[in-house]
Design a protein. Structure first.
Length: 742
């Protein structure tokens, strides 16, 4: 702006030049109140521009409440514990062992023998033919049209087909269930009725439909069946609950069995299922006690390999874990199936690892990959080999034979995912950090929820956290590649809260306002700390609404401030709502919003600036008395020695000086400006001196600053204006005299 360009027009030179000078001075005041680099191209109104004030206010909020939390988060990044790999490995191995079970083989007392009571005629004849080995003729006789509605015939037909299709495809077994149900619809009161309901539940259990089996058997027991079906149903219900991964229910059902009325073989089966259920409940000491009761003392080896496997697993979780090696050795020396031998070798590798015999652990795990290549057990054994070699400080070991094909960038199998995590997450020659983390991230998003996915996610969070700390604290510019990977591969609901806060800040700095707002709401829901929860609300407001809002946005912000979610940021959120009203020319509504916010929210860090802003608005509305009270209180709250240079305080002083001069209270303005002039230097000292002259203070400003030159020029302009006015009056008098003579 050039104040030396004057348009010479008679009678208007001085006013135009004077107005130009005043405009320069007002713009100079405004430039001191806005962020560096901004400029105003028009005359400053009575209230500082809302966007200008809002930019400064947001900077104030960030400086006083947010910055310290960001620094604290950057200094407390989560660490990644490599031992977590072994804990996940052991848990997955435990699951494999618990899932390795025999087909349901209930004790003899759970069997339901064929029943032919209460039948006669053709049905009895068909039963005799079946007993003599003529199954086809027996079934053909029972399929006769005249027997379709005969309940006894349909019960017998279902029993015969149940016997003949044992071990067939599940579709045939499901047809048997339908035959039993049809027979029950025709004749539920026959002696065969309880047996039919029992067999429905047992066939479901045979097909591993454990939930359906529990429902059918529970319904049968509720109807109080006769013996032997009651005992058979109780034993089958225990097996169904165990198969349905409900060990607590299985133990409850076992407690209802009258052990005094069962055979010794059944008692042994009850103890074994009790021990298996305790093992699933991780009550390892009690399980070991029961397992030992099942092994005769004179036996040198475990009679049942599966029982020994479960006992060894329980021992590994107790202080007697060294005894597990003897049990596993007896299984390996016996005649066990290939899956049992593979699991025994995997457990042996764990036992060797416990005593830091890593070479023996690797050898035992390699045996698993040879016994069951390309299986889930082989994947777990390969992880055991890699971790044993790493513990031996051999980082460059290759994948064991038979496991390379298991490594995939996308899998839903946890054991395969664990091996893929180790293979894909390890650095390779020529790799960049970006390539390694993207391989790991691509795997993590395909893994099912669980320990392996959390392991991969924690590792990726650890790798990205330092980059986010650098971006969030302003040490480096936002890296688009880092922000893309964070948004694509990390899950805000489960990541570390410090990293989540840094990620939200990084998104905002990188311009990704949509993800910034969504992740901020996640932090708001997760955080129990009021300050962090308030920061999340503040980030959501800044990223979602920005500075362009309408009345509806302002209303939503006030609702958010009232909700309590904003915590100490409630007053700051309300201030943004008030400024939105001001941007739309609703000065009165902005004043009311500020006044209500001050009554409801009293965060000390923000009360001073908000009072100064409200006082400025009140003065602009012509309510000078109220405005001066607000300004005086705001200036008192921001009277710290370090606050003399704050833009809010300077703006408040200008507004107070304006109101005081307008209300002939120059003494108040004089005292304030004189005190402030001694606390500031340079440009503002001249500005306050100029204001003092404007409200009637004595003195002659010296120096070559803008305000000093303006004050001296103003005096000269006043004298020049008076001389021009005299000349103009003489000219007008001469013109009137000439007109009179004419």
């Amino acid at each position: 702006m050039q104040c030396s360009r004057v348009v010479f027009c008679p009678g208007s030179v001085v006013p135009r030049y004077r107005n130009c000078l005043l405009r320069c001075i007002r713009v100079a005041f405004a430039l001191a109140l806005i962020a560096p680099g901004n400029a105003l191209t028009q005359e400053v109104p009575s209230v500082v521009d809302s966007n200008v004030w809002l930019a400064r206010f947001e900077e104030w909020v960030e400086q006083h409440l947010v910055s310290e939390e960001l620094v604290d988060a950057a200094e407390n990044l989560p660490t990644f514990d490599r031992r977590l790999v072994l804990r996940v490995l052991d848990r997955l191995a435990d699951d494999e062992i618990l899932n390795l079970r025999e087909l349901p083989v209930p004790p003899e007392e759970a069997e339901a023998k064929m029943l032919a009571r209460g039948i006669d005629g053709d049905v009895l004849e068909a039963a005799r033919l079946f007993a003599e080995g003529e199954e086809a003729r027996a079934l053909q006789m029972l399929r006769a049209p005249e027997l379709e509605r005969n309940g006894a015939a349909q019960h017998m037909r279902a029993q015969l087909l149940d016997h003949l299709t044992a071990g067939f495809h599940p579709i045939y077994r499901l047809q048997v269930i339908e035959l039993y149900r049809e027979a029950l619809r025709l004749a539920a009161d026959l002696p065969q009725g309880d047996r039919a309901r029992l067999r429905i539940g047992q066939i479901y259990l045979e097909l591993r439909f454990a939930a359906e089996a529990r429902a059918a058997l529970g319904s049968l027991l509720a109807s109080e069946p006769v013996e032997p079906y009651r005992m058979a149903a109780q034993l089958s219900l225990v097996e169904a609950a165990y198969a349905d991964r409900a060990p607590v229910r299985a133990i409850e059902h076992l407690a209802q069995i009258d052990l005094s009325a069962v055979q010794p073989e059944t008692r042994t089966w009850v103890d074994r299922r009790h021990a298996d259920s305790l093992l699933k409940l991780e009550r390892y000491g009690e399980a070991v006690t029961l397992y030992r009761r099942l092994i005769p003392e004179d036996e040198t080896s475990v009679p049942d390999p599966l029982l020994g496997m479960r006992m060894a697993l329980a021992l590994l979780h107790t202080r007697e874990w060294r005894q597990a090696r003897d049990v596993l050795a007896s299984i390996s020396d016996g005649e066990a199936s290939t899956p049992i031998l593979a699991v025994a070798s995997l457990l042996s590798a764990r036992a060797h690892r416990r005593v830091k015999s890593f070479e023996e652990a690797s050898t035992a795990a390699l045996r698993v990959t040879q016994l069951v290549p390309n299986t889930q057990l082989a994947a777990l054994a390969a992880v055991e080999v890699l971790e044993a070699e790493r513990a031996s400080e051999n980082e460059s070991v290759a994948l064991p034979p038979g496991t390379a094909s298991l490594v995939r960038s996308a899998t839903f199998v946890p054991s395969v995912g664990l091996l893929s995590y180790l293979a894909l997450g390890a650095p390779t020659p020529g790799d960049t950090p970006e390539q390694a983390r993207r391989r790991l991230g691509s795997l993590g998003v395909t893994l099912p929820p669980g320990m392996v996915q959390q392991l991969a996610h924690s590792d990726l969070v650890h790798r990205l956290s330092r980059d986010l700390a650098q971006i969030a604290t302003g040490r480096v510019e936002p890296d688009p590649a880092v922000l893309v990977d964070v948004g694509r591969y990390l899950r805000p609901a489960t990541m570390d809260e410090n990293v989540l806060l840094l990620a939200i800040q990084s998104f905002m700095l990188g311009g990704d306002t949509e993800r910034c707002a969504r992740w901020a709401l996640t932090l708001q829901r997760r955080e129990p700390r009021p300050l962090r929860r308030g920061i999340a609300t503040w980030r959501a407001v800044r990223c979602r609404f920005g500075r362009d809002g309408d009345a509806n946005v302002a209303r939503r912000m006030m609702i958010l401030a009232d909700s309590g979610e904003a915590g100490p940021f409630a007053l700051a959120v309300a201030a943004i709502a008030a400024e939105i009203h001001l941007q739309h020319g609703e000065t009165e509504r902005a004043a009311l919003t500020y006044a209500r916010a001050l009554e409801s929210f009293s965060e000390p860090a923000f009360v001073g600036p908000v009072l100064l802003r409200l006082g400025e608005i009140e003065v602009a509305l012509g309510r000078d008395a109220l405005g001066m009270r607000r300004l005086s209180r705001g200036l008192a709250l921001t009277d710290a020695p370090s606050a003399a240079g704050e833009p809010f305080r300077k703006g408040g002083i200008v507004a107070l000086a304006r109101a005081a001069a307008r209300n002939e209270r120059s003494d108040l303005a004089l005292r304030l400006l004189q005190a402030e002039r001694d606390r500031v230097e340079g440009w503002w000292a001249d500005a306050y001196a100029y204001l003092l002259l404007q409200i009637g203070a004595d003195g002659d400003p010296d120096g070559e600053g803008l305000f000093a030159r303006g004050a001296r020029a103003g005096v000269e302009f006043d004298l020049l204006q008076k001389r021009l006015e005299k000349i103009q009056r003489r000219r007008e008098a001469n013109v009137r005299a000439v007109d009179t003579r004419s």
